[in-house]
Design a protein around this ligand. Structure first.
Ligand code: NAD
Length: 512
């Protein structure tokens, strides 16, 4: 594809005369374009600490153009009249194109957010499933005909798309978390304007090229890059946006919820967590150690569902921590593109500072640092934004390190003596996204999930998610569900229709 017809143009001159960077473009109404602001934002590689591309710094004018395009596509044109089976076919075709382009998409994600290439490639290869699942579902939303008590009338319930969806997403798994919104929203017949994270927009712009290739009509999917205040807020406040689907932090989530409430706008919020990973005395220790590591040190702890609180039974406390520290001491930090790397950098310079600040706070609060506790300066980390995997023992659940989301490779260990105490500690948090249990006791496996106030509970597993299973939070971890059957109804309105074939209204005031 030539530069005019792709997300990338030939280059952007930099004011200080340093080398040109790849310059990405916005995608509005089927056209690649620069922002009305004429301004750009640098996107940096967390492994090198250096800028490698620029993205347009979108503004309210760009958002308005994108929303108007999405609105036109929703109201008229080929998308509005397309049969659900044909929408499904387009989604299937898109899934095939993603599978064929998985390497390139993964490469862009790694450059933007520093996560391990093996993990990102795995995610890219899994993404087509969302388009296949929701593509298959597109023509199976059948409505209902409940028995009616209104004599002589025909009554049915239909499900209709909400309208224009504004999708706002974070940097940690940019495509996966956008696809969780896009696939059900499009299958339901909506149109979408996406505002990706200012730190990780390039893989989404590359994905949108595939929408073009799959044959989606113009205006159905639009992307406006830029800052939260300059593009996210105008998107939430735009009167033609019918629904907001947000994944991100609680601060932005609260602002979005308040702004959406002013217009009674539909909203789903996938927010943060402080999830407990609970290891009982009867757990298989080697598996539980791996489960704890996957919960907090994989992806450098930058997942909403991170198992950042390890609740550890007193009978195994010391032996378990000794083994956990031993395994983590052997973990290899370094180039996220290398298959030998276990832990990559954190995604942004601000995130690096935030994590280091929390580490200092935990020390001040009296937590005992038994591993890490500082910025990683190993030679293999170069100029990158790395934090040493860090473990704090002797944490109590009232400390800020146990209550606030760090979003980095920092584990807080809290001791417990009984099942009731473990449940009470697990639930004593403002969040409720996920929880893990490690036990070989069948009765405990069966009884405890119901007692945990979290949207997802894993027993002898962690970080397992699927296109087939609803995902979302209790309490301050959010509103609504993504994935599974539940998600498609999040993007539809139920409509009740009553048809009176032989009107014989005798009294209009009492409807008799
Ligand atoms: P963030 O909240 O800072 O930003 C997320 C997105 O919102 C970005 O695109 C940003 O530009 C935009 N934004 C910020 N303020 C806005 C506003 N007032 N109006 C509209 N848009 C606005 O989050 P982040 O730092 O990019 O990501 C990390 C957070 O995301 C963590 O708290 C993490 O737990 C959460 N997260 C949650 C899930 C989940 O599914 N529950 C998944 C991944 C990440």
């Amino acid at each position: 594809m030539n530069a005019e017809g792709s997300s990338v143009s030939s280059g952007q001159v930099r004011a200080d005369g340093s080398p040109r960077l790849e310059a990405f473009k916005l995608y509005i109404d089927g056209e690649w374009c620069e922002s009305a602001s004429g301004r750009w934002l640098e996107t940096k590689n967390p492994y090198t600490g250096k800028a490698w591309a620029v993205i347009p710094r979108g503004n309210a004018q760009d958002v308005d153009r994108a929303v108007q395009a999405a609105n036109r596509a929703f109201v008229s044109g080929p998308w509005a009249s397309m049969h659900p089976s044909d929408r499904g076919l387009l989604l299937h075709r898109l899934g095939d194109l993603i599978a064929a382009n998985a390497e390139r998409l993964a490469e862009l994600e790694v450059r933007d957010n520093g996560k391990l290439r093996v993990e990102m490639l795995g995610q890219m290869k899994y993404l087509p499933r969302w388009f296949q699942y929701y593509g298959g579902l597109a023509d199976k939303i059948e409505g209902r005909m409940p028995p009616t008590d209104k004599k002589g009338m025909l009554h049915y319930v239909s499900y209709e798309p909400v309208g224009v969806v504004g999708a706002i997403t974070p940097w940690n798994s940019p495509l996966l978390l956008t696809v969780w919104k896009l696939a059900p929203a499009l299958a339901a017949g909506n149109t979408v304007v996406i505002k990706p994270s200012e730190y990780a927009s390039t893989s989404l712009l590359a994905l949108v090229e595939l929408f073009e290739q799959a044959g989606f009509p113009k205006g159905v999917v639009n992307v406006v890059t830029g800052l939260g205040a300059e593009t996210g807020e105008p998107l939430v406040e735009h009167p033609c946006v019918d629904r907001i689907a947000f994944t991100g932090g609680n601060l932005a989530g609260r602002n979005i919820y308040e702004a959406a409430a002013r217009q009674f706008k539909r909203v789903s919020l996938e927010l943060g967590g402080k999830s407990p990973n609970i290891v009982f005395g009867d757990a298989g220790i080697e598996d539980a150690v791996k489960g704890v590591i996957s919960g907090i040190f994989a992806a450098s702890g930058q997942t909403c569902m991170a198992g950042s609180r390890l609740l550890l039974h007193s009978s195994i406390h010391d032996a378990f921590l000794a083994r956990l520290v031993e395994v983590m001491k052997a973990a290899r930090l370094g180039d996220p593109n290398s298959p030998d790397t276990d832990v990559g950098p954190v995604a942004t310079e601000q995130q690096l500072q935030k994590v280091l600040d929390y580490i200092e706070l935990a020390k001040e609060e009296g937590a005992r640092c038994i591993l890490g506790g500082r910025r990683a300066t190993r030679p293999e980390c170069g100029e990158g934004w790395f934090v040493e995997p860090t473990i704090f023992a002797d944490v109590t659940n009232d400390m800020r390190i146990a209550r606030e989301e760090v979003f980095g490779p920092v584990l807080s260990v809290i001791k417990f003596d009984s099942d009731d105490e473990a449940v009470a500690l697990a639930n004593d948090t403002p969040f409720g996204l996920a929880a893990g249990l490690w036990t070989t006791d069948l009765a405990r496996s069966l009884s405890l999930p119901k007692r945990l106030r979290a949207g997802t509970v894993w027993v002898n597993a962690y970080r397992v998610v699927s296109y087939l299973s609803p995902f979302g939070g209790f309490k301050e971890s959010g509103l609504g569900r993504e994935n599974g059957l539940e998600a498609i109804y999040e993007y539809m309105e139920a409509k009740s229709v009553f048809i009176n074939p032989r009107p014989a209204i005798t009294n209009p005031f009492t409807l008799q």
